[in-house]
Design a protein around this ligand. Structure first.
Ligand code: PMP
Length: 361
């Protein structure tokens, strides 16, 4: 069966091997005569899936025992609200580094709940860069400092992460989790919508330092409290069971591929193919991100002649390259190169871009 080259920003490509396994097991999981879709979330069979997914993620990311892994719902967007609800107390300030639309949205939610400050921002340059590390500092009454490690819409990424701060560090890692090593211990909380590098939509992964979660507000509604989900091992209510099952398969695939170091090498090569063409044809393509902040997950660029954008997308679609339209807020082109996008897909797109550029001359 022919599958397209999927450069969608999320939900994005999933490994074909994972989809095949899910298909093969759909009616009868491990020959047990029952689908994962039909199984109780409190059954032994599902217990195994749930635990396996947690253990694999712990291994892949070297998550220490002092941290708990939660499988929640509501997307990364609900984390924008849950974080301040739980951790922004009276008299404290929540600090946000603005590097794009998602960090702006995270800040907007915190503003509804308490005092906030902008610790640094790259808004003035159209979110082409990541603020300089020495511009970011903690203040004594910061409840936490929030960053977005990869900016899915603008195509920028933090290549050096803050490690000099006194405040608890919180990060939205939705669009680059498992694509490079992260020192989990330098964060108090990490969160990611699953629909890019982890699995399908409908599942949000949260990695939280248990001692920090204990300090959370006790007046938060039950379902919005991290303590509830910690105490019930993410099964206070019915979790998105099939999404957790697919996550487990994606993590199994990631381990078999060589884990995070292999994913990083692969993403460097894939993004390198595209950035090379962008740099080779500056009269045809214009990258959005400045060189030092270029994302290895989302490559964003425009055609210097904007009238050719539509033609680029139409011809690309004829070649079965899909998901290449830039986000509606910035336009242009965006190629998302999540872990499941093969090197061959990226190489084919690079070749197409080169041919397209040459056809313009
Ligand atoms: N943060 C980032 C970095 C994202 O890329 C996205 C979605 N593309 C979100 C948050 C919002 O995620 P969700 O749709 O899961 O709420």
């Amino acid at each position: 069966m022919k599958r397209v080259d999927n450069f969608g920003a999320g939900p994005g490509a999933l490994p074909t091997a994972v989809l095949e396994k899910a298909r093969d097991e759909l009616l009868s999981y491990q020959n047990k005569g029952i689908s994962v879709l039909e199984m109780s979330h409190r059954s032994e069979m599902f217990d195994e899936i749930h635990l396996s997914a947690k253990n694999r993620l712990r291994r892949l990311m070297n998550i220490p025992e002092e941290y708990e892994i939660l499988f929640l719902q509501g997307g990364a967007s609900l984390q924008f609200s849950m974080i301040p609800m739980n951790f922004l107390q009276k008299g404290q300030t929540a600090a946000y580094v603005l590097t794009g639309s998602w960090s702006e949205k995270a800040l907007a939610e915190a503003k509804k709940l308490g005092e906030t400050r902008i610790a640094a921002s790259s808004k003035e340059d159209g979110y082409r860069s990541i603020p300089a590390m020495n511009a970011i500092y903690s203040e004594s009454n910061d409840a936490y400092l929030h960053i977005t490690t990869n900016n899915t819409i603008y195509g920028t990424q933090w290549h050096v992460l803050p490690s000099h701060l006194d405040s608890p560090l919180v990060a939205d890692v939705s669009s680059d989790i498992l694509s490079r090593p992260l020192d989990v211990q330098s964060f108090s909380l990490l969160y990611a919508g699953a629909q890019k590098n982890l699995g399908p939509s409908g599942l949000t992964v949260v990695i939280v330092k248990k001692s920090w979660a204990e300090q959370a507000s006790k007046t938060v509604p039950t379902m919005l409290s991290y303590q509830t989900h910690l105490q019930h091992d993410s099964r206070y209510n019915t979790p998105p069971t099939f999404a957790v099952y697919l996550l487990n398969l994606v993590l199994e695939w990631t381990e078999a591929q060589g884990g995070v170091p292999a994913m990083m090498e692969k993403s460097l090569r894939k993004s390198g193919y595209l950035y090379r063409v962008i740099d080779e044809f500056p009269d045809v393509y214009e990258g959005h991100a400045c060189q030092e902040a270029r994302s290895r997950m989302n490559v964003t660029f425009r055609l210097v002649n904007p009238e050719r954008t539509k033609q680029f997308l139409t011809v690309a679609n004829d070649y079965s390259f899909i998901g290449l339209s830039g986000h509606r807020s910035v336009g242009g082109i965006r190629a998302s190169l999540y872990n499941a996008v093969s090197e061959e897909s990226a190489a084919r797109l690079a070749e197409f871009m080169r041919d397209f550029a040459q056809s313009e001359k």
